[in-house]
Design a protein around this ligand. Structure first.
Ligand SMILES: Cc1cc2nc3c(=O)[nH]c(=O)nc-3n(C[C@H](O)[C@H](O)[C@H](O)COP(=O)(O)OP(=O)(O)OC[C@H]3O[C@@H](n4cnc5c(N)ncnc54)[C@H](O)[C@@H]3O)c2cc1C
Length: 359
């Protein structure tokens, strides 16, 4: 028990020092302690973020991550197909503007085009800030609850590049034809380098030497690109939501992307020549396109004050809102972000329990 609790307050750097001597191994593992996180590897609490990324597994392989055939969209397509097969309906491009409240309980939603959808139970997977500050009228919520929602930390710190490649890049550090290129590729030398990357974020600029976590999934699933072409997914830490010297512009977004591309090119001489197209995304686009407040990929930071019985808000960790009939099921709730379905499964358990009690 003591050992588990230690993760929530310890820094990843301290934890790794207890187990490893090699700087490279420590730097490699430390990457998972900062992903999506507005903390550096020397910040208390990052040991938990590392654990968060290694929890679970695939087909019995503990800590393993999987590729979805056809790309990540295949996961939501499968969920939608399952719901449809059970008689449900999926409505996309349907922004919820307001939760309808009748007789002191949630009674449905109002969409941006004015359409009303009535329902005895409303379940929100919008992040907790959007749910309670943007879609529920404040008079229906206790003021102290709203104050806590406003304090919920949801700072964006990650960027993303989706790159179409004319062929497979060569990395001289990896032997040609090695299976190593089929997994996760990082550009990191030391924990200090990651900490300096974090210093840039604190000062309101993207990391000049960023942490890069890249994958070329077309090596595993060639259906994702035309024959002979490849797709590279590049996750970048750190990139701020607010820049210290003014707002984001197209030119600044391009400069951020160029920083990432130059960093990769230093390790792959033919990389730049292979680029057919690069889609560059900062926390601004993650907010405006994906609907994530401040571009935080976990719908809220994974710090101890917002984890376990504190997530999202102390006293409201059981998926129920302080408005009857309204539930939360997104990553703002326990156990947090990641494609794992756990918040949804737990929320379903709470809703079914309430329905049974009512019946
Ligand atoms: C760049 C990036 C990389 C990631 N990498 C990984 C990874 O490698 N592995 C992993 O496991 N996880 C990863 N994640 C995290 C993972 O994608 C999320 O934790 C997961 O998608 C959360 O699912 P969710 O259903 O809780 O919420 P979300 O996927 O955030 O869904 C919330 C939905 O609500 C919609 N919405 C918002 N406002 C409204 C409104 N008013 N009306 C209607 N709809 C609205 C949004 O558009 C969105 O579709 C990554 C996330 C990002 C952004």
């Amino acid at each position: 028990m003591y050992d588990t609790l230690r993760f929530f307050t310890q820094s990843c750097a301290d934890l790794l020092d207890e187990y490893f001597e090699s700087e490279i191994i420590k730097a490699h593992l430390a990457g998972s302690s900062i992903i999506g996180t507005a903390l550096g590897p020397r910040s208390p609490g990052t040991a938990y973020v590392l654990l968060h990324h290694y929890m679970g597994g695939i087909d019995g392989a503990v800590g393993a991550w999987g590729f979805a055939r056809g790309g990540m969209g295949a996961v939501t397509q499968a969920l939608a197909a399952s719901l449809t097969a059970s008689g449900g309906t999926v409505r996309s491009s349907a922004t919820v503007e307001q939760v309808l409240v009748r007789g002191g309980r949630a009674a449905g939603v109002v969409l941006a085009d004015g359409e009303e959808i009535h329902a005895p139970v409303v379940v929100s997977n919008l992040d907790v800030r959007r749910t309670f500050l943007e879609t529920v009228a404040p008079q229906h919520l206790p003021p102290e609850f709203l104050a806590q929602v406003r304090r919920f930390k949801i700072r964006g710190s990650s960027g993303k590049l989706n790159i179409a490649l004319d062929g497979l890049p060569h990395f001289p550090a990896i032997p040609q034809g090695s299976p190593c290129t089929r997994g996760d590729l990082h550009v990191t030398d030391t924990i200090d380098m990651l900490e300096r990357a974090y210093d840039d974020w604190k000062e309101g600029r993207w990391s000049r030497a960023p942490y890069i976590d890249m994958l070329i999934p077309t090596q595993i699933d060639p259906t994702m690109a035309p024959h002979g072409k490849h797709y590279m997914s590049v996750f970048v830490q750190y990139c701020p939501y607010q820049l210290a010297d003014g707002g984001w512009t197209d030119a600044r977004r391009q400069a951020f992307g160029d920083t990432v591309i130059e960093t990769i090119a230093r390790h792959s001489p033919n990389f730049k020549d292979l680029i057919l197209h690069a889609e560059i995304r900062t926390p601004r686009e993650l907010e405006s396109e994906v609907g994530l407040t401040e571009g935080n990929i976990f719908q809220g930071e994974l710090t101890f004050d917002q984890l376990l019985f504190n997530r999202p808000i102390p006293g409201y960790a059981q998926y129920r809102a302080p408005l009857r009939g309204l539930y939360m099921c997104g990553s703002s709730t326990h156990p947090g972000g990641g494609v794992m379905g756990a918040p949804g499964a737990n929320a379903a358990g709470a809703i079914l329990a309430d329905l049974r009690r009512k019946a």
